[in-house]
Design a protein around this ligand. Structure first.
Ligand SMILES: [Zn+2]
Length: 392
């Protein structure tokens, strides 16, 4: 199972059109290629947690990278395993006797999702720190045949896939979850040379895995769009309604070079709940805002966990991001026009299998499948699982 971080359809279309992804193209024709809906907000941790557990954020409890703990009043980074409320499919596969390996680009994601894994788990970011005792494997750089890559690079992702190839080749794993990082997609449009070369390199590793006999399922955590317009929502609320409003940007994480903590979804804590509907209506009228939900509506309509979001949940348009105040976002680190994700416009992502779907799963694929169904599709949904045809 491969999660291509930030892989909007256009990246695949463009690279295939230019003949740079022959293996993926063949896979799409002989297997299955369609679309599925990711979880909202369309952020990395939200969707990786959903994918690894097969459950929406209402069940995993992971509705963003960041939240305001209402009991302590503190803003907390939700990147340690105690915040995850469901066990992972990888851990279940290991218990069932599979040789499981979980490889990420960012180490935070490895920490979050490798609890009780019972297998191999490491990140390309800290591949040199992997030891048999702590990560289920040591000397990974020698195994992969390449040194630790820079985290702010396309290579951090290619390294994840190369690791997968090495683990399969050396028979160290037979059930793998490989999840990349979206550094390239945050920086480059699908037509740019850097993006095309990145997808060409991804395809080379996919080709090797297919050659080794792997059954492959591919999806993404979210897509990516150009975001020239910024709404600093906390500043706007303070100007209009006074102090006491807190806007939490759930995209915030330690890897700020990607996006300056600007995404297409935020949650708002309001000081006086009597004003909730007035404030909601006012936010909805801001140009660029597309959806505003109360906490309860967000639970029902967006499948979020009520204690991990604020009083209002806000989504914005295709080319818009929501921020807190200008002081909260260091954009000096961005050396390219901002591209980001988090809302509806980045929710639809690829669903690709290397084998044809069985009849049941063809029906499932035709009725709005989710990206967090990818393990189900890959493990149970292809004609391979129907077993040999009875020819007697
Ligand atoms: Zn991502």
């Amino acid at each position: 199972m491969i999660c291509l971080d930030g892989c909007a359809e256009q990246y695949l279309d463009e690279a295939i059109k230019q003949g740079l992804m022959p293996h993926l193209n063949k896979m799409s024709q002989t297997g299955y290629r369609g679309l599925c809906d990711g979880a909202l907000p369309s952020f990395t941790n939200v969707n990786n947690c959903a994918i690894c557990t097969g459950q929406p954020p209402s069940e995993t409890g992971i509705c963003g990278n960041y939240f305001l703990d209402m009991e302590t009043g503190k803003e907390v980074m939700m990147n340690s395993p105690e915040y995850l409320r469901k066990p992972t499919i990888m851990a279940a596969a290991a218990r069932a006797g599979r040789k499981v390996a979980f490889v990420t680009a960012k180490d935070k994601l490895r920490k979050m999702l490798s609890v009780d894994l019972g297998g191999i788990a490491f990140s390309s970011e800290k591949v040199d720190e992997a030891t048999k005792q702590t990560h289920g494997i040591s000397n990974v750089e020698a195994l992969v045949g390449a040194p630790k890559p820079e985290i702010y690079s396309g290579n951090a992702s290619i390294y994840v896939l190369k690791s997968g190839v090495a683990l399969i080749e050396n028979k160290l794993a037979d059930f793998l979850y490989l999840t990349t990082t979206d550094y390239i997609q945050h920086k480059y449009t699908p037509e740019e040379k850097e993006a095309l070369e990145f997808y060409r390199d991804i395809d080379i590793e996919i080709g090797k895995m297919l050659e080794l006999g792997a059954l492959i399922g591919i999806t993404a955590d979210h897509g990516m769009n150009a975001k020239p317009d910024i709404i600093y929502l906390e500043s706007e609320l303070t100007k209009t309604f006074g102090v006491g409003y807190t806007v939490i940007c759930p995209i915030s994480d330690p890897y700020v070079l990607h996006h300056g903590a600007l995404g297409a979804a935020v949650t708002v804590f309001i000081p006086d709940l009597a004003k909730q509907s007035e404030v909601a209506e006012w936010i909805m009228n801001l140009e660029g805002v597309t959806e505003v939900y109360t906490r309860q509506e967000a639970v029902e309509k967006l499948e979020l966990a009520s204690d991990r979001i604020g009083d209002l949940f806000v989504l914005c348009g295709e080319n818009v991001v929501l921020g807190r105040t200008p002081e909260h976002h260091d954009l000096s680190q961005l050396d390219r026009p901002l591209r980001s994700h988090g809302g509806r416009y980045e929710q639809i992502v690829p669903l690709i299998l290397s084998e044809p779907l069985s009849e049941d799963y063809r029906k499932k694929a035709a009725s709005s499948p989710r990206n967090f169904d990818i393990f189900d599709f890959t493990c149970n949904g292809t004609t391979l699982q129907e077993g040999p045809t009875d020819v007697s």
